[in-house]
Design a protein around this ligand. Structure first.
Ligand code: NAP
Length: 534
């Protein structure tokens, strides 16, 4: 059973309020797929003393924020959903944003997460209190203390807008793809789209038809494969609803195919060359103009950057009102956009589809661990975490979609669920250990995991494919992707190996620390025998 906090329990104080913050067993930060999944998993483990802190005014994370025209998933619906919440009613092979967002709301409701949610509670500071063995959490709403923090803020949540000289003087509307300004009328406007990632590829075909002119600033052309999308028929849905095994089989097949593809990415085997040929044929079929075709042909190996799936991206680029500037946006002079190659373009609106802060997460600056070091400082030479989830110097802190847990070709929800298994065992271990206890990853365990992942990545297409992508950090190290199958990751995160942790305890006789009733203020460190996990 969870240690219950007798004092202050259930009395959340506003910042302005007089009382101490409420103590919870677990504070989850973020309510996207990671945070919601963690919440469901805690409840399934019988843990109900937790809050989900969310800076926005609704759940859904990236699927709440990305409302740009054409927003959809490029992972099939039956795989891009929780295994514990199958949805027989997916309407398309690849779901649109609105359906995925509705699914996150549905999960919130059905699994009883709503009472745990604290919307408009942006975490400003998470500070480890090593004497009391708890996290002190300051938010824009109420403050809390927690035994365990689960950080599920997601890598695709904080947009990047490049620092383009003169941008401030642009007279028209400017916005990022993930902060779409629906109040801006784009029809009849000269729209500039900057970037050619997955977001731009979905935006361009939707904006192009009504725009007076669309200019795409392309620094690097993507590899684009046809998207085998279609509506899921009523008969299929009926079958999935009444014979759930059919939906499970569908999911299983989608999963298995992607598991088999992994070697092509991690070892650079031949399958990607075949896919490259399909992509070239796709380009040749839609783009007849040799100059445009040449500009749209990538010079790096497929898979190095995320492969895009689209049937309407290339056709949109061939329309008379569309121009591809095969160069980055370098400067803005009034309403004139200057590319790196000197091309000048007039625009009324600029849409930045320029990605996210993935390898330098803003939230890391707000997390202060043992010894007063921030997570950002700790990750100054690159992100690393034990099994992609626990960081040395940050006890009782688990990060969902942590370093090297991303995927290039399958559903992130599979990876999230493996991390939730680990979270569940982490909570079990704390309960077995009893008393105020914290698990602090041993630096050598973190280093050894990091070395293992790095070695695996050496020959991967992401590291050797001759491209620059958001998978790599500023040192050129791949700190985002998992170099294996989702099945292997699942096995590796099935349970916590206590040998990889120091067990921190407080001395039982010391006086109670603020924020924790009945706990002690003097920490003592015990090195456990690995068998303690048994
Ligand atoms: P992204 O993949 O990081 O792409 C950013 C783009 O901006 C790149 O093409 C980059 O060029 C370009 N760029 C940056 N600065 C520029 C400049 N000054 N001038 C011209 N171009 C510039 O971002 P994203 O498209 O938002 O996608 C991020 C990730 O979100 C995806 O990889 C995917 O994981 C996810 N996502 C998924 C879906 C889906 O499921 N369908 C949809 C959207 C996003 P370089 O390539 O030269 O760096």
């Amino acid at each position: 059973m969870d240690r219950q906090r007798q004092a202050h329990h259930g009395t959340e104080q506003r910042k302005e309020g007089a009382g101490p913050p409420r103590h919870v067993r677990v504070a989850i930060v973020g309510s996207g797929f990671g945070g919601l999944g963690a919440a469901v998993r805690l409840r399934q483990e019988g843990i109900t003393d937790f809050v989900v802190l969310e800076r926005g005014d609704a759940v859904g994370g990236t699927w709440r924020d990305n409302t740009y025209p054409g927003a959809a998933c490029d992972v099939p619906s039956h795989l891009y959903s929780y295994s514990f919440a199958p949805n027989p009613d997916w309407r398309r092979a690849f779901s649109r944003q609105s359906d995925i967002r509705a699914y996150t709301e549905h999960v919130t409701e059905v699994f009883g997460i709503r009472p745990h949610l604290r919307l408009r509670h942006e975490v400003q500071r998470l500070t480890w209190d090593g004497a009391a063995l708890l996290w002190r959490i300051e938010t824009t709403g109420a403050d809390f203390t927690a035994d365990v923090v689960v950080s599920a803020t997601g890598p695709l949540s904080d947009p990047v807008v490049p620092d383009v000289p003169g941008l401030d003087g642009f007279p028209g509307e400017v916005f990022h793809s993930s902060r779409w300004n629906h109040g801006t009328e784009l029809s009849g406007q000269r729209v500039a789209v900057v970037g050619t990632g997955a977001s731009a590829a979905q935006i361009v075909p939707r904006v192009q038809p009504a725009a007076a002119a669309l200019t795409l600033f392309q620094r690097t052309p993507p590899w684009v494969l046809p998207k085998l999308d279609r509506p899921i028929t009523a008969a299929e849905r009926l079958l999935h609803r009444h014979v759930p095994l059919t939906a499970a089989a569908r999911r299983g097949a989608l999963w298995a195919v992607r598991e088999l593809q992994v070697r092509a990415f991690t070892r650079g085997t031949g399958e990607l060359r075949a896919a490259q040929a399909i992509a070239r044929a796709h380009l040749a079929r839609h783009v007849k103009d040799p100059a445009l075709r040449a500009a749209l042909t990538p010079s790096y190996r497929m898979g190095c950057k995320r492969i895009l799936l689209s049937n309407d991206y290339y056709p949109a680029l061939t329309r008379p009102n569309t121009t591809v500037v095969a160069s980055g946006l370098a400067e803005v002079r009034g309403s004139t956009l200057i590319a790196d190659d000197g091309t000048a373009t007039e625009a009324d609106v600029i849409v930045f589809a320029t990605g996210f802060r993935v390898t330098n997460l803003p939230v890391a600056e707000r997390v202060v661990g043992a010894g007063g070091t921030t997570l950002a400082e700790s990750w100054g030479q690159g992100m690393r975490a034990l099994r992609g989830i626990a960081v040395d110097g940050f006890p009782n802190f688990l990060t969902i979609i942590g370093p090297n847990t991303g995927l290039g070709n399958s559903s992130m929800i599979l990876m999230i669920e493996s991390q939730l298994n680990y979270l569940a065992d982490f909570m079990r271990q704390l309960r077995i250990l009893g008393g105020p206890t914290a698990l602090a990853p041993r630096p050598e365990a973190v280093a050894s995991w990091g070395d293992f992942v790095e070695r695996r990545l050496e020959h991967s297409i992401w590291n050797t494919g001759n491209c620059r992508s958001w998978y790599l950090d500023r040192f050129g190290r791949n700190t985002t992707l998992w170099p294996g199958t989702t099945g292997e990751f699942r096995r590796l995160l099935r349970e916590v190996d206590l040998g990889e942790y120091e067990i921190l305890r407080t001395a039982p006789t010391a006086p109670a620390a603020p924020g924790r009733s009945g706990s002690a203020a003097v920490p003592s460190t015990t090195a456990p025998a690995p068998e303690a996990a048994a």
